[in-house]
Ligand binder design. Sequence first.
Ligand code: SF4
Length: 438
Amino acid sequence: MPDKQLYIETFGCQMNVNDSERIVTMLADLGYAPTNDPSDAGMILLNTCSVRGGAEEKVYKRLENLRIYKRDGKSQIIGVGGCVAQQEGEALLRKFPYLDLVFGTHNLHLLPDMVRDAERGERRSETGFIDNDRRLDLFPSIKGQSRLSRFVTVMQGCDNFCSYCIVPFVRGREISRRSADILAEVRQLADEGVMEVVLLGQNVNSYGLKTASEPTFAELIRQVADVTGIERIRFTTSHPKDMSDELIACFGDVPKLCGQMHLPAQSGSDAVLKRMKRGYTRDSYLEKVRKLKAVRPGMVITGDMIVGFPGETEEDFELTLTLMAEVRYIDLFSFVYSPRPGTKAAELAEELTRGQKIERLERLQERQRGITREISRSYLGTLQKVMVEGEGKRPGQLSGKADSGRIVNFSADSGLIGSFVDVRIIQAYQNSLLGELV
Ligand code: SF4
């Protein structure tokens, strides 16, 4: 029985959420149970992200705040992991004398050892990269979660070096997990009652491309679809340049593969895409979107957009708006560009003020709200097959996801949790749909 409490705060992307779940799994063996209250916790961990500007300052500030929990007479351990830990390493221990451990993105497996040391009062920082085959044995495998939908890591790291991005520096080179290990994990999840898997990686589209003996990502999806009990497959995230026709075809003939895809464009202007070193053009991106929508009617696309990249003119920005109108993203994650030290783009001159960038961002987000609203309304009156995942926010309501990934709430008995039901949509909101059970 766990007798100690672990409070963990996770910043940033799904990879970090997955890593945090793995941390909870590993530390359960040392007697730590998760808690939502840091004042109760024997250990407080921050799992950090450095993709957006100001990330280090945010972590510093949070660490300052956490000092109050380090009380005399109560041996509270404080640690930092993730991308900021990877970047800053031992310097964090020097800057924050009450910090006990710092673990990088390739060092999660060392955490139990580091915690044992911290319990004895020994402070430690581990941020070495493991860019060899040993890393294949260190992929996260998560136990003890009772959700119907689970993430399965298929690859890690990135070789693309987009000019604005810090990820290759803090997550290391791209490596694909053995397909045999992935399939074993998926089978085990199916045995535990999991119905949906989300295949996870920094750029899943390039899965297996470096290893002749491994399947391509499209082949891997087909193998996962063969696992009995798995009813739905999603994946994230994808680089448009590595989106093959073979993968697009899966959306047409693998019914378990959901008709939803996150395909970050980042800009609609070729000039900007070139400076971003994205490796595709506006036309080739749009061509892939057209093919996806052709093989899978109702296919929805989500994306990421960076506004105010160095040299972005009003014309370039207008091209981003017209690209959005052509793609018709159901959701778009948009950000103002901020330079990340150490990246190529940080060396480019910036002409726009922060105010000008924010003004463009607001215009873009306003445009996107309109598109999302229209797509949402197009579901009114339709029948959606919903995987019922749990109670909704309102009493008597259940909540689940449609094939498109849209959240659908409806009134029904909780006995339906864990099944698929048909729901007719009667209300469309910005982020969810309301329906009635058919
Ligand atoms: S593909 Fe580009 S943006 Fe995505 S993680 Fe790799 S370098 Fe960063």
